[in-house]
Each structure stands twice: as structure tokens, then as C-alpha cells.
Design a protein around this ligand. Structure first.
Ligand SMILES: Cc1cc2nc3c(=O)[nH]c(=O)nc-3n(C[C@H](O)[C@H](O)[C@H](O)COP(=O)(O)OP(=O)(O)OC[C@H]3O[C@@H](n4cnc5c(N)ncnc54)[C@H](O)[C@@H]3O)c2cc1C
Length: 397
């Protein structure tokens, strides 16, 4: 049986971030041994992805950043351009391969974290920690005993919620014939896409050069599209809206991120915790998760270093989740026009402030001021009815 102080289950964004933090021990912190377990290549391993987030100045993962922007753009359904300078913040893009490489390099140099390729079948709480039940790639059983376990495996089903929408998208990495992109600005939300009956849709453009960009079609809506639906939407967006001309699709990525007002349990037992998307790191109103899981893993590593019980903190405050629950309800009920709401919000609130709000770094009065920039009547009606709505199980995309 393997022994460690810490077992990290899953080497996605959360598991890797925690492993990276544990590999570089802060001065005075307790020495710890950790094992990072990830499923072998196959159906449990997510495909390559691109993560974006924002932060001020230099960050601990800058060596893996593909591109970053200081200017962000939003376009209303009518094409009105809203542009903001978010300095001193920067909007950063990291590809999961580069992140894995950076973290792997750090782990190899430290010796504090051992990586193990195995499928975790279950985690069992015992008196002095927990047992992680493993299956090695050749199918053999294994056991890992740890004082603390941090589990980032995606839960099998979504919790019952008052509202569950899905953020579902497909992106193409494109190279165009002509120099058509402005690498100085990222286009966060371009609402010139046809809008779905419930929720909203938008284009998202991350230019990495004059001729290269990641171009995505995204919906916040109750159901995913058939695969050819995304292809058709991307063809329409790149050809008829962006008018990119001839282009090559170099690669593609797809995602479905649940946007739910259900609380997530971070504490599974006395020694077992959930982190990452599984531990509620996703901001319900936007799907952004990377920054939330950084806050969680930073706090966990600090608690471990001080010898304290490392319960991951909530990634988002009660107030932020309550405001998001109202927005999700207003979108799902069709009471608000999502594209108009977001366009208006970006037009009336400085982008930097909206980003700080999404990170939970604004005061109550600032949050209220942001709330007043939304259609107040429909939002209030959604807020009033929320407590009376039952939490219903999600019946599937
Ligand atoms: C395509 C895509 C793009 C995204 N873009 C952004 C973005 O731009 N910004 C942002 O903030 N968020 C983004 N997100 C949301 C979120 O940041 C990601 O989903 C992120 O990967 C969540 O990290 P995680 O560690 O919680 O889960 P994951 O990264 O999914 O990691 C889970 C890990 O668990 C492992 N695993 C699963 N089952 C087992 C098992 N039985 N045994 C062992 N290991 C197992 C998997 O191999 C995987 O490594 C995106 C999501 C997707 C899908």
C-alpha cells in the first residue's frame, strides 16, 4: 500500500494547481509528501482545453501563457462595439498542454509530489485519513492511504437545482489567408449570432496573431446542440459575421460547463474534500472556473503548510452565488433578453470593475450598482420567486 500525507485525485486544472503549490514549499511550511493520481489516457481523461482568466501583473503560470490582452471587446446584437482597457489586469490564455508541461517540470524538480497513472474507483474514509482505491492501467487493484484526500473527479450527475443552464461551445483554432485579427484585443462576447429561444449565444475570439485565433460559438441554454449544430454556427459566424475569408481549421475544442445555482459540497468527510469544478469553483453566471480553483488550491496549500485542517474555502461568496442565481433564473424564465442584458451591462459598467466583480473583489455597494445596470423589474421578480421554487434534479442535456 502506498502512503502519503496528501492524495490528489485528478490531474486537471485543480489537481495540477494544487500539486504545483505543494511542490514549492513556502519557507517555514511543514514538509509534506503528496501523490497526484490521474486516469490513464482514455474516456476519463478530458481532451486538450484552453483556459482563460484574468489577474494583475505577473502570475505563477506566466511561463505557460500563450497570449494575454489588456483590451477586451463586446459587441451588441446590432454590432455596437464596447471596448475596455482592463489595466492593471490582463486577460490570460493558457492551453492545458502547456500548463501540464509547466507543472510537470516543477514536480520533477521538487520530489515532493509523486505522479501515478491509475483510475480511482472510490475513496473510503478511515480513522486516520482515507483510502483511495485504485485500478492500475493493466487492471490490477491498488491502495493509497493518505491523511488528506482532494478529489477533483467530475461528479457523475448534477445536483438538484432551481435553475441549471449549460454553457456549451465549440471553438476552432483558425489560420486565415488575410491578416484579419487585431491581436491587441480579445472579443469576449459578440452577440451578432442568432439567439436561441431560451438563454443566449455569442461568438468569442482570442487572436494570437494577425492571422491566427481561437474562434468559438457559445450558448448559455438548457440543452446542447447536435455536433453539426456547432459546426454550422461556427461556419456562419466566421464566414458571414466576421467575414474572415479563406481559412484553415487547425484544431477544435468543445466544452459543456454546467451553470447551476445548486450549492456544491466541498467536504465529503473528515479527511476528504472536493476541489475544482467538482468543489464548486465554477462561477454560475459565467462558467469561469480557473480563477476560483486557484483561490481554493492556494488556501488548501497554505492550510496544509500550517498544519491546519485543509477544508477548501468556497470559491464564490454567498452574495455572488445569490446574484448569479437570480440572473440564471431571469435567463431561464425568458424574462430578460440575455444578449441585451450583457451588452447593456458592459456598456454601463467599466470592464475592469465587472471582472473584479466576477472574482468577488467588489464591495456590496458596487455589486448593488452593477445590479441596477440590469433590467431591475424582471430581476426583482426572479429574486422574489426563487425561494419558492423547488430544487429539481437535472434531467440531462
Ligand atoms: C473546453 C473547456 C474550456 C474551458 N475554458 C475555461 C476558461 O477559459 N476559463 C475558465 O475559468 N474555465 C474554463 N473551463 C472550465 C474549467 O476551468 C475546466 O473545466 C477545468 O478543467 C476544471 O478543472 P478541474 O480540475 O476541476 O477538472 P478537470 O480539468 O476536468 O480535471 C478532472 C481530472 O480528473 C481526472 N479523472 C476523472 N475521473 C477519474 C478517475 N476515476 N480516476 C482518476 N482520475 C480521474 C481526469 O483525468 C482529469 O484530469 C473550460 C472547460 C472546458 C471543458
Amino acid at each position: 500500500m502506498l502512503e502519503a500525507d496528501v492524495a490528489i485525485v485528478g490531474a486537471g486544472a485543480a489537481g495540477l494547481s494544487l500539486a504545483h503549490r505543494l511542490s514549492g514549499r513556502a519557507p517555514g511550511a511543514r514538509p509534506l509528501s503528496a501523490v497526484l493520481v490521474d486516469a490513464p489516457p482514455g474516456p476519463l481523461r478530458p481532451p486538450r482545453r484552453t483556459w482563460c482568466f484574468w489577474e494583475q501583473g505577473r502570475g505563477r503560470y506566466d511561463a505557460a501563457v500563450t497570449a494575454s490582452w489588456r483590451r477586451l471587446r463586446v459587441r451588441s446584437p446590432a454590432g455596437t462595439v464596447i471596448e475596455g482597457d482592463i489595466a492593471p489586469l490582463r486577460y490570460k490564455m493558457i492551453r492545458s498542454d502547456d500548463f501540464e508541461h509547466l507543472v510537470g517540470h516543477g514536480l520533477a524538480g521538487s520530489g515532493a509530489v509523486r505522479c501515478l497513472e491509475a483510475t480511482v474507483d472510490g475513496v473510503e474514509e478511515v480513522r486516520d485519513g482515507a483510502l483511495v482505491h485504485l485500478r492500475t492501467p493493466d487492471g490490477g487493484p491498488g491502495l493509497l492511504h493518505a491523511r488528506w484526500v482532494f478529489d477533483s473527479r467530475p461528479p457523475g450527475s448534477l445536483p438538484a437545482a432551481r435553475t441549471t443552464l449549460l454553457q456549451h461551445f465549440r471553438g476552432w483554432f483558425v489560420r486565415t489567408e488575410r491578416p484579419v485579427f487585431d491581436p491587441g484585443a480579445a472579443e469576449l462576447m459578440d452577440f451578432r449570432t442568432p439567439q436561441p429561444a431560451t438563454g443566449l449565444s455569442f461568438g468569442y475570439v482570442l487572436p494570437t496573431g494577425r492571422r491566427e485565433a481561437l474562434v468559438e460559438y457559445t450558448e448559455f441554454s438548457p440543452r446542447v446542440l447536435p455536433p453539426d449544430g456547432y459546426e454550422a454556427a461556427l461556419r456562419h459566424y466566421t464566414r458571414d459575421v466576421l467575414r474572415l475569408g479563406d481559412l484553415q481549421v487547425l484544431s477544435a475544442e468543445t466544452g459543456v460547463i454546467p451553470m447551476t445555482d445548486a450549492p456544491r459540497d466541498r467536504e465529503v468527510g473528515a479527511s476528504v474534500f472536493r476541489i475544482g469544478a467538482a468543489g464548486g469553483a465554477t462561477r454560475p453566471s459565467t462558467g469561469y472556473t480557473f480563477a476560483g480553483l486557484q483561490r481554493q488550491t492556494r488556501a488548501v496549500a497554505a492550510a496544509l503548510g500550517r498544519g491546519r485542517r485543509p477544508l477548501p474555502p468556497p470559491a464564490h461568496s454567498v452574495r455572488a452565488r445569490a446574484m448569479d442565481a437570480v440572473l440564471l433564473r431571469a435567463l431561464d424564465s425568458g424574462r430578460v433578453d440575455g444578449a441585451a442584458l450583457f451588452s447593456r451591462l458592459f456598456a454601463r459598467v467599466p470592464m475592469r470593475q465587472l471582472l473584479l466583480f466576477l472574482d468577488g473583489r467588489t464591495h456590496l455597494y458596487e455589486d448593488l450598482a452593477i445590479g441596477l445596470r440590469t433590467p431591475v423589474g424582471p430581476m426583482l421578480r426572479s429574486a422574489v420567486e426563487l425561494p419558492c421554487l423547488p430544487r429539481r434534479p437535472f434531467t440531462g442535456p
